[in-house]
Design a protein around this ligand. Structure first.
Ligand code: PEP
Ligand code: MG
Length: 559
């Protein structure tokens, strides 16, 4: 058995024989044409043919995957109408006496280079370049009078390729495609989107090991985990059967809960949101039908870099989350650097106890220029959705006063620079230190919401480092402590008319969902895979019996 790994795009198990797709190699050579007007007519004819073909593909895609995903073929038509794109080819024909085929190839090169140089949003740009290539390949085919390449599948297949162009994916015969796996490409490519929409298990970016010599080998694709099992042994095959059954039950649950409110049987509603680290988690949040993003740990944007990500890179990332969430709330926590997340380029001093040291908001307040870059990016992105900003590791009111001063400076700068932003972005704090709990009445006067970070809160209140193996023993034995703190924070929040959420891991523990509701927690933000079990639990509860609520609080909080 051989195992290959890549990025999972659409969760599922697919079984079949590996079949490799190869795009026809097309050789285009430069030729000098004498009759440029005739060449222009040839080009215009091919272009019209492509437009007609794209119209047909658009209606086919609307029927198969719906209007949203079919948009790609409208975009391709727009590319064919783009003056710059068309002029570039016409000029090459007219001025350089270039043959139309060469003009197409040259234009694709010029456009790709120009787009790569002018944008920092590399993933987005590679998608746009893939679109231009796709349309241009179609143009070339018509110019050369070639038939559309058909990838015929005779049996259930794991379709493999370097990468697919959007139109190649739509042409696949779905009834024979058990899974799609590519060596390259991004999880946000149209191939990925189409696979997702068509419900085809899909793994992207498997790398160079996905090669032709595997043709015709039997393979099971586990696109929940992004693993291809080539010629799997019996045990693996059985394990995957089991996994498929479990995931199938989850999917059934999702179908039942999708679009439904998180409401108890007696009518108490509670928000259930997703904790995510970066853009790759958005899909999982959406697939699990989250009510929004309750915690985006923005430091992940800083972690895999050699240097500070600039304002534009951050802006594009935040904007992307907001647009993907389509108006649902998105809580972005400002960078929580230090402690476990040390980064060389921050140049922080080595400390004996980093978890108790110079980290998080402390770093931001002492390096306002870095903090301001992030805030500028966040404020600029705010116009794209319902953004809320969360500040970590707060221990006193002064910190909030300083944060607000910096926010005012950022707003003044953005106004001066003519950048758009929302003026009234809600700001909240992570209540994750005992200090913040004890001062929660004062802090509630300063902010728009609380989010209780039980991971750090338990670490600091029980005086046990969260990565110490004893943490899992000590904290559960003393849950009364954190539950009492949650009560205090909720009471103080509500007394000041603001909401209190939980975003630490404890929020996903369904053994406590009932007591969280008894304590009037307003929302739970949990890892995407925990969303459904939490929602299911909420919908099974009935809190109408006041006596039972009191007993439950007494049982868990001893008060
Ligand atoms: C927490 O401390 O509970 C929290 C949500 O933040 P993190 O786990 O990122 O420290
Ligand atoms: Mg924390």
């Amino acid at each position: 058995m051989q195992k290959l790994m890549g990025n999972a795009v659409y969760g599922g198990i697919g079984r079949g024989v590996m079949k490799f797709f190869h795009r026809e190699e097309v050789v285009i050579s430069k030729a000098r044409v004498g009759d440029t007007l005739r060449e222009l007519r040839r080009f215009a004819y091919a272009r019209n043919e492509v437009v007609e073909e794209l119209k047909h593909l658009y209606s086919q895609a609307v029927d198969e995957v719906g209007e949203d995903e079919a948009q790609i073929f409208l975009i391709h038509q727009m590319i064919l109408d783009d003056n710059q794109y068309v002029n570039s080819m016409e000029k090459l024909i007219l001025n350089d006496h270039s043959n139309a085929e060469f003009a197409v190839v040259r234009t694709v090169k010029l456009f790709s280079k120009m787009m790569e140089e002018t944008s920092t949003e590399s993933e987005y740009i590679s998608e746009r370049i893939a679109d231009i290539r796709d349309v241009s390949a179609r143009l070339l085919r018509h110019l050369q009078n070639r038939d559309e390449q058909v990838f015929k599948l005779e049996e259930m297949s794991i379709v493999c390729a370097d990468d697919f162009l959007p139109s190649e994916t739509i042409m696949l015969d779905k009834s024979k495609v058990a899974a799609i796996c590519t060596s390259y490409g991004s999880t946000n490519s149209h191939t990925a989107i189409l696979a997702r929409t068509r419900g085809i298990p899909c793994i992207i970016g498997v790398g160079d090991d996905l090669k032709d010599e595997l043709e015709n080998k039997y393979c099971i694709v586990d696109s929940y985990s992004g693993i291809m099992y080539i010629e799997p042994d019996n045990e693996t095959s059985k394990l995957l059967d089991h996994k498929e059954a479990i995931e199938g039950r989850k999917r059934e649950l999702l179908t039942r809960l999708r679009g439904r409110k998180n409401i108890t049987r007696d009518g108490r509603e509670i928000e259930v949101l997703a904790n995510i680290c970066d853009l790759t988690d958005i899909e999982s949040a959406k697939v699990n039908d989250c009510g929004g993003i309750g915690l985006l740990r923005s430091e992940y944007l800083y972690l895999d870099k050699e240097d500070y990500p600039n304002e534009d890179v951050q802006f594009y990332n935040y904007r992307r989350v907001l647009t993907e969430m389509q108006g649902k709330p998105v809580v972005i926590r400002t960078m929580d650097i230090g402690a476990d997340n040390e980064l060389d380029y921050f140049g922080l001093d080595q400390e004996k106890n980093p978890a108790l040291g110079f980290r998080s908001i402390r770093v931001c307040l002492s390096r306002p220029e870095i903090f301001k870059t992030q805030l500028r990016a966040l404020f600029r992105a705010s116009v794209y959705g319902d953004l809320r900003i969360l500040f970590p590791l707060i221990i006193d009111v002064d910190e909030i006063v300083k944060i607000k001063e910096i926010i005012n400076e950022v707003k003044a700068e953005l106004l001066r620079d003519g950048k758009q932003f929302k003026d009234n972005i809600p700001i909240g704090i992570l209540v994750e230190t005992p200090a913040a709990v004890m001062l929660s009445d004062l802090l509630a006067e300063q902010v728009d919401f609380f989010s209780i970070g039980t991971n750090d809160l338990e670490q600091y209140s029980n005086a046990i480092y969260r990565h110490n193996p004893q943490f899992e023993k000590i904290c559960p034995a003393n849950r009364i402590c954190v539950l009492r703190m949650i009560k205090m924070v909720c009471d103080n929040a509500h007394a000041h008319g603001i909401k209190a959420y939980i975003c630490g891991e404890l929020g996903a523990d369904t053994n406590f969902t009932e007591v969280f509701l008894d304590l009037h927690v307003d929302g739970l933000s949990v890892t995407p895979t925990n969303i459904l079990p939490v929602r299911k639990t909420i919908r099974s509860l009935n809190l109408s019996d006041r006596r039972q609520v009191r007993q439950n609080i007494q049982k868990h909080l001893k008060c």
